[in-house]
Design a binder for this molecule. Structure first.
Ligand code: F6P
Length: 354
């Protein structure tokens, strides 16, 4: 028996990601098609605390599927982490008759979603972060667009590097995750990639550039993830000093996070938005929607957060205790596979023997 939902709230929280608008559109249209009203909450959880929201109709979400950023705005809200902030948010939900929330964002967003769920507001998370750093899912909204943005910028840098026989070291976003750097380095045929997941062999990089230059190669791209902190600019100087190849440095910073979403992000966001509404209306809650082996599946939100912490080495005492041995083994397998994938492709890109 489906729970009778009258109204759902939708919010975007944390760093914005191209495709968030497409997800809000899908949530809105899927809910309206099922006779459920939708409230768009402004500025993430702070909108819930401060009662800043607007009723969304089909017309409110037209012409946004193609736009980057988030028209609901976003915020990283510290007040929501306090019991007082949480209570204010729950009061706002009661005041507006909001029966459930779709929370679109990254791991911080899901922590907030869990807090709402345990206090009686059913919540489903949709992964949206350019970093792709939610371990339970192979993909997150905005990741594909961000990678394509890096690709376009680096193709331009390559043109001018080739003309002037230069190297360019390019730092890309990703917080603590090397996903954007690794995948774009692969797609660009970069001479080297530097990611937080694997120790960088700088001597091998220098040797490779010297060897390729001696063989006549004019231009080089080196992609560095921002997760390897305070490294990229110095690396550019060392490459020039040690190989004799003139080397420039570029930090793409927030340009990686803006721009119109790609087809892949629009479609993915739309599918996740529809799935979130279907599951909420079927009475499900406290889940994060994930892509696993190309399928959209629902993962317990607490499991997803523990898996993340396990992977990142930030587990706190007792966090794993609630999980069965089989679940822990499953987490360890997923972590080992992810680490092995990073190691394998880091070595391939950097020409290091497997
Ligand atoms: O999480 C998305 C992200 O763009 C990271 O890649 C980056 O490290 C961070 O957010 C930047 O955050 P802010 O926009 O708050 O400076």
């Amino acid at each position: 028996m489906e729970k009778k939902f009258r109204k759902i709230g939708v919010l975007t929280s944390g760093g914005d990601a191209p495709g968030m608008n497409a997800a809000v559109r899908a949530v809105t249209r899927a809910a309206l098609a099922r006779g459920v009203e939708v409230m768009g909450i402004y500025g993430g959880y702070s909108g819930l605390i401060n009662d800043k929201m607007i009723e969304l109709k089909a017309r409110s979400v037209s012409n946004i599927i193609n736009r980057g950023g988030t028209f609901l705005y976003s915020d990283r809200c510290d007040e929501f982490k306090t019991e007082e902030g949480m209570q204010k948010a729950i009061e706002t939900c009661k005041k507006h008759g909001i029966d459930g929330i779709v929370a679109i964002g990254g791991d911080g967003t899901f922590r907030g979603a869990t807090d709402l769920s345990v206090r009686g507001i059913p919540t489903i998370g949709i992964p949206a972060t350019i970093d792709n750093d939610i371990t339970a899912t192979e993909n997150s909204i905005g990741f594909d667009t961000a990678m394509n943005t890096v690709l376009a910028a680096c193709d331009r840098l390559r043109d001018t590097c080739e003309s002037h026989a230069r190297c360019n070291v390019v730092e890309v976003m990703g917080r603590g995750a090397g996903d954007i750097a690794l995948n774009t380095a692969m797609a660009l045929g970069a001479v080297a990639v530097v990611i937080p997941e694997v120790a960088f062999d700088e001597a091998a990089c220098m040797e490779k550039i010297r060897r390729l230059r001696a063989d006549g190669k004019r231009s080089f791209l080196v992609i560095v993830s921002e997760g390897v902190e305070n490294f990229s600019e110095g690396l550019a100087k060392r490459i020039q000093a040690e190989t004799g190849v003139e080397t420039k440095y570029a930090c793409l910073a927030h340009t990686v996070r803006g721009g119109d979403p790609t087809l892949s992000d629009r479609v993915f966001a739309t599918k996740l938005g529809v799935a979130a509404v279907e599951r909420l209306l079927a009475g499900e809650s406290n889940l994060v929607l994930c892509q696993q082996k190309s399928e959209i599946v629902a993962v317990d939100i607490v499991y997803s957060q523990c898996l993340d912490r396990y992977y990142k080495g930030t587990l706190k005492d007792g966090m794993l205790e609630k999980f069965s041995d089989a679940e822990k083994a499953e987490m360890e397998k997923a972590i080992a596979e992810k680490k092995e994938e990073f190691r394998k492709y880091y070595r391939m890109i950097n020409d290091i023997a497997q």
